[in-house]
Design a protein around this ligand. Structure first.
Ligand code: KIV
Length: 256
């Protein structure tokens, strides 16, 4: 059975868990856990490259990270996030999605409502993850979407349309819980929320956020499960101290 089918069958049965990864070692660790999907998110533009948004990341950069992640993951399906401008026409999207698959990903994700593009890809047998709500590739500001009735209706309409085009799952980003619930209850594909409340079919978080690497990023939805920033700082401080005091390298760490 194709992985997309397996993910679809989880709807209503088991919550789907997805995390991002951008490198080989992280993917290898995640692959040892029971998570269902690894996303090579274009969020890497911000968390890995230090850009202010996700708009400048290129296909080549996304393929480079996708290749590294795919090498690290033996059993967990890897999804490549198509960067802005890589899917502006169905033909371009088909070509670029093919490059992601060649780099080792099992499917791709596309932000926003692009029914013709999504339909072309799904008809070609490519597993497509949709993404509605807050769309960082085009958003003017990062804030909750769909609080007003009109925008909520529009987001629901987009989700329904993408569902009809055959997406195997759909990310809902930063929408009120009530809208997350409504979309989840009205589409066939499982929803994977990030800041979309408890009723989604699954949840996704960005790996550097969940690990607590960035103390500047503190949206309400984010739960930091670790404080790796402090761990890294402590390790670097301890290493400096030991090198400068002559404690490292000690006898145990020297070739004789
Ligand atoms: O780029 C990304 O990491 C994403 C997730 C936040 C879903 O799109």
């Amino acid at each position: 059975m194709k992985f997309g089918e397996k993910i679809k069958r989880m709807k209503g049965n088991r919550k789907i868990v997805m995390l991002t990864a951008y490198d080989y070692l992280t993917a290898k660790i995640l692959d040892e856990t029971p998570i269902d999907l690894i996303l090579v998110g274009d969020s890497l533009a911000m968390t890995f490259q230090g850009c202010k948004d996700t708009r400048k990341v290129t296909m080549e950069q996304m393929l480079y990270h996708s290749m590294a992640v795919a090498k690290g993951s033996e059993k967990t399906p890897v999804i490549g996030d198509m960067p802005v401008d890589s899917y502006s026409t169905p033909a371009k999207a088909l070509r670029n999605a093919g490059r992601f698959l060649k780099a080792g990903t099992h499917g791709i994700k596309i932000e926003g409502n692009h029914p013709k593009v999504v339909q072309t890809l799904t008809e070609a047998g490519i597993s497509v993850m949709g993404h509605v709500g807050l769309l960082p590739q085009t958003a003017e500001s990062y804030r909750v979407q769909g609080r007003e009735e009109k925008t909520a209706e529009l987001i629901l309409k987009e989700a329904l349309e993408l569902d009809e085009c055959g997406v195997f799952s759909m990310v809902l980003e930063c929408v009120p819980e009530s809208l997350g619930r409504k979309i989840t209850e009205n589409i066939k594909a499982p929803t994977i929320g990030i800041g979309a409340g408890r009723f989604c079919d699954g949840q996704v978080l960005v790996i550097s956020d969940i690990l607590g690497l960035d103390n500047r990023f503190t949206p309400k939805f984010l739960k930091k499960y670790a404080n790796l920033r402090e761990t890294i700082r402590n390790v670097a401080q301890q290493f400096s101290k030991e090198v400068r005091s002559g404690l490292y390298p000690d006898n145990e760490h020297i070739y004789h």
